[in-house]
Design a binder for this molecule. Structure first.
Ligand code: SAH
Length: 228
């Protein structure tokens, strides 16, 4: 998978992309991530990429030309499956969206700032709009990093144990069961006895029941989708 990110703050990705699972995926060449500085596509001598909104009002708008030039340059080099704009009014990101997007070959993620981007970019270039939640961020970079992380960990071969992504929350419409590690007893707080029993079948049943119970309590809207 190749991910091209367009941003005015490429440095914001250095932290999230140079550690842990994303770093491992990049090192193993299972994902190829390129972050493009949008200002490099500005024709202005001060590298300006924003301007006042027509109609007035507070806040600047990201201009159409630099974004169009950057997207068109990338599109000349390869075919893209999706051109994604991170936007608070986009589709709410969830695990099924992450699953399907992790199967794509080439995507562009466009990060907005200020009051957003000129609407004509959304109409003529963007193919999908994704929100990471019903709140407003200052820019699209954190959303792009969240989207990248959730897709990349699903690419086959990225997680050490292939099954571990499958046992995470939201796969199969269930949240994950509680987990424990050593010590068995901390201040009298014991690990559930069954997990120490060595009986695989009973342990699996216990985990499934806890998952169902938690989903019912915490995510009833997901529980209602479960095939029962
Ligand atoms: N005026 C816009 C908000 C702009 S916030 C509005 O009211 O909808 C600046 C940028 O941050 C946006 O262009 C978008 O790229 C990004 N952003 C903000 N909140 C986001 C969210 N919840 N999910 C994804 N991207 C978001």
């Amino acid at each position: 998978m190749r991910i091209d990110i367009i941003s005015i703050f490429p440095e914001m990705f250095e932290g999230p992309f140079s550690h842990s699972i994303i770093k491992r995926a990049v090192d193993k060449r299972l994902v190829d991530i390129h972050v493009h500085q949008l200002r490099d596509y500005s024709k202005d001598k001060h590298k300006k990429v924003d301007d006042y909104a027509f109609s007035g009002g507070a806040g600047m708008v990201m201009m159409i030309e630099p974004i169009a030039d950057c997207i068109e340059k990338l599109k000349k080099e390869r075919k893209y499956d999706e051109i994604i704009y991170t936007s608070p009014d986009g589709e709410l990101l969830d695990q099924p969206i992450a699953n399907s997007m992790s199967l794509l070959n080439n995507i562009i993620i466009l990060c907005g700032h200020y009051k957003g981007i000129d609407e004509r970019i959304r109409e003529h270039f963007v193919t999908r709009e994704i929100s990471i939640g019903n709140y407003v961020l200052s820019g699209g970079e954190l959303a792009a990093a969240v989207l990248t992380d959730t897709m990349v960990r699903l690419i086959p071969g990225v997680l050490g144990n292939e099954t571990s992504a499958l046992s995470d929350s939201f796969q199969n419409n269930l949240v994950a069961p509680p987990v424990y590690t050593r010590p068995r007893n901390f201040r009298g707080w014991e690990v559930p006895e069954i997990l120490l029993s060595g009986n695989e079948k009973l342990i699996e049943e216990w985990k499934y029941e806890r998952s169902v119970e938690r989903t019912k309590q915490r995510r009833p809207e997901i529980y209602n989708k479960l095939e029962k």
